[in-house]
Design a protein around this ligand. Sequence first.
Ligand code: ZN
Length: 243
Amino acid sequence: MHPYSPLEKFALTTVVSAFSKREDGNMSLSYGDIKNSLNNRKKFLDAIGIDHRALIYAKQVHGNNIEYVAEQDKGRGALDYKSSLADADGFFTDKKGVPVAILTADCLSVFIYDPKKPAIAILHAGWKSTEQNICAAGVRLMQQKFGSQPHRMLAGFGPSIRSCCFEVEKDFKTNFPFGLINRGGRIFMDIALVNQQQLVNAGLREEHIFDPKICTSTDNDNYFSFRKEGESAGRMISVIMLK
Ligand SMILES: [Zn+2]
């Protein structure tokens, strides 16, 4: 098994990042078929050198609150859902050996790495969080707390539903001027493109943002998709940790 690393192309040695696929199984303790989730997590995380009991999870709410975490938060949500950090859709830290995760099945996961500090962030960007510009919020927090410089930051995306499949209502309105595509009178949203543009607007260089361009709905054999599968859909994990 070779977990896919969204930051792989930057050839990093001080950070581990990965997202799971359908074959790795459901990673959620609250959605889909959860009976094997703990074992799935352990197997996937063992392979990338992360202790599954230490990983930090959020009770994701499609907002733009991003929590700073450190040693004392390790293991929140690792073995049961209820101990997950409440009302958060992202984490950031400058602490080594503090792994953070988000769970998705169509939403975009955004990995951010500042190699200079070093520091990391991971964000859960569905369209609601995207509308609240969670990427800009994450970059701003890293600037404020760590003095990170956006032009040095590297970012990567996980798999998400893409504009080929993400149809929205005709009167769908957003406060960003890009990312909605009209195809024959039907409106589709390019959620990765919007987040990429928001990262660039926040100061990241375009060549520092890696997009694997995986659609969870088109490639449903390999990824979970809430829109395609409904309530029974499992969740993929996106995880990052400073080594
Ligand atoms: Zn698609």
